[in-house]
Ligand binder design. Structure first.
Ligand code: ADP
Length: 379
């Protein structure tokens, strides 16, 4: 092969022509990148920059070459706060040695700004970082489109909720006999209207919740609360659903109390959602076990089911918006694919994490970790 011909013979230094060719190839590769590309040395000083980057940022190559990247190109968050040098992806790449993908706002030379999606990768030679390369693109249009879509969903959901709530009231009145006694068939029909309408309202509520969190409108109202009675209440409230599926939900009381600093309403909805999923994606006759533990740095609530499980390759997808996986129960149980997306956003706002361990056909364990928290020693 042509590349083999370029390899130096054993013990010989690489041929000048081979080096020149490699350089020409890497130059062509660098210049042909359709996105902004900036290379720095191991001190974060800019050593190369392509035309797309210059066009996006409004600088000339002379103005950037040799300058220290974090001070030459100002990065900000959505609210216009400058990203500290230590938090800049390029600094993090030097610290961790791993590639980083991020979304930031860059200031152009003329002071205007644009939103960018970027990836910074370390350049490693013989195990040592000798620099970094950042590839970035202007995603202003995509972000605008996303915002317009979110606004539309929020508006449409608000408009849909009012008539849907009215239907619920009238269906309930029919069922309660306000319009006179109903025949069995009429009763069944009114009940179907009521149930379908409730599903509709749940969908609309999910859409509204997601629109709110996406727009950054969710502000936590944290309080110190005990998770143990909260979990017991959720289990009690969902008992009839478990019972209808012939499932048992067991609370393993390893801790008598578990105080956490959380937004109780939102965290409760997160846990309700995960417990509800555990029931939905578990066949009749199987169990769901809820536990709460206190570790050195956090409180961990785990919900373990004996359900259909999730293939490991699909686990990251379940937190995506509108993501519903096909599994043996997905057709029989309803869902919008928004619950876990929303739950993760809320747990993120608490600086917590959601971990998933699963084995197909055997079951899944979701663990929500909330930083801090206190618990008396287990009895
Ligand atoms: P949905 O409304 O579809 O339940 P979620 O966002 O709550 O949406 O969950 C996303 C997907 O993740 C579900 O459609 C399902 O495929 C999968 N999933 C969630 N929880 C479990 C579980 N306990 N066991 C198996 N699959 C699950």
């Amino acid at each position: 092969m042509a590349t083999d011909a370029l390899q130096p013979q054993a013990g010989q230094p690489p041929h000048d022509a081979a080096i020149a060719r490699k350089k020409a190839e890497s130059d062509a590769l660098f210049l042909s990148i359709g996105e902004g590309a900036i290379v720095t040395n191991e001190h974060g000083r800019i050593s190369r920059v392509n035309d797309v980057a210059l066009e996006l940022l409004g600088f000339t190559a002379q103005e950037l070459l040799g300058t220290w990247y974090p001070s030459a190109i100002i990065a900000e968050d959505e609210d216009g706060h400058r990203v500290s040098n230590i938090d800049r992806p390029i600094t993090q790449v030097f610290i961790t040695g791993k590639p980083i993908t991020s979304r930031l706002y860059y200031r152009r030379k003329d002071g205007s700004r644009f939103v960018t999606s970027l990836t910074v990768s370390p350049v490693i030679l013989e195990g040592e970082p000798i620099g970094a390369i950042e590839v970035f693109r202007n995603i202003t249009q995509e972000v605008e489109l996303e915002r317009a879509k979110d606004e539309f969903i929020s508006l449409a959901s608000h408009q849909l909720r009012t008539p849907a709530t009215a239907v619920k009231q009238y269906a309930a009145m029919l069922l309660q006999g306000y319009a006179g006694d109903l025949t069995d068939t009429q009763m069944q029909m009114a009940q179907t209207i009521y149930d379908c309408n409730e599903r509709q309202i749940n969908i609309v509520n999910d859409l509204l919740k997601v629109a709110q969190v996406d727009a950054g409108h969710v502000r936590l109202q944290p309080k110190t609360v005990d998770l143990v009675p909260m979990l017991r209440e959720i289990i009690d409230e969902q008992a009839s659903k478990f019972h209808a599926r012939d499932q048992a939900v067991v609370y393993k009381a390893t801790l008598p109390a578990a105080q956490a600093h959380i937004d109780p309403q939102l965290m409760r909805m997160v846990l309700e959602n995960i417990i509800d999923n555990a029931s939905k994606y578990t066949p009749p006759g199987k169990n769901v076990t809820v536990r709460v533990r206190h570790t050195r740095h956090n409180l961990a609530v785990s919900i373990q089911d004996e359900g259909v499980g999730i293939p490991s390759a699909d686990i990251p997808r379940i937190f995506n918006k509108f993501s519903r996986l096909v599994n043996p129960l997905s057709n029989t149980v309803g869902g919008t694919g928004l619950g876990l997306y929303w739950a993760k956003k809320i747990v993120d706002l608490h600086q917590g994490t959601i971990e998933v361990k699963s084995s197909v056909g055997e079951g899944t364990t979701f663990t929500v970790r909330i930083p801090g928290g206190t618990a008396p020693l287990a009895q």
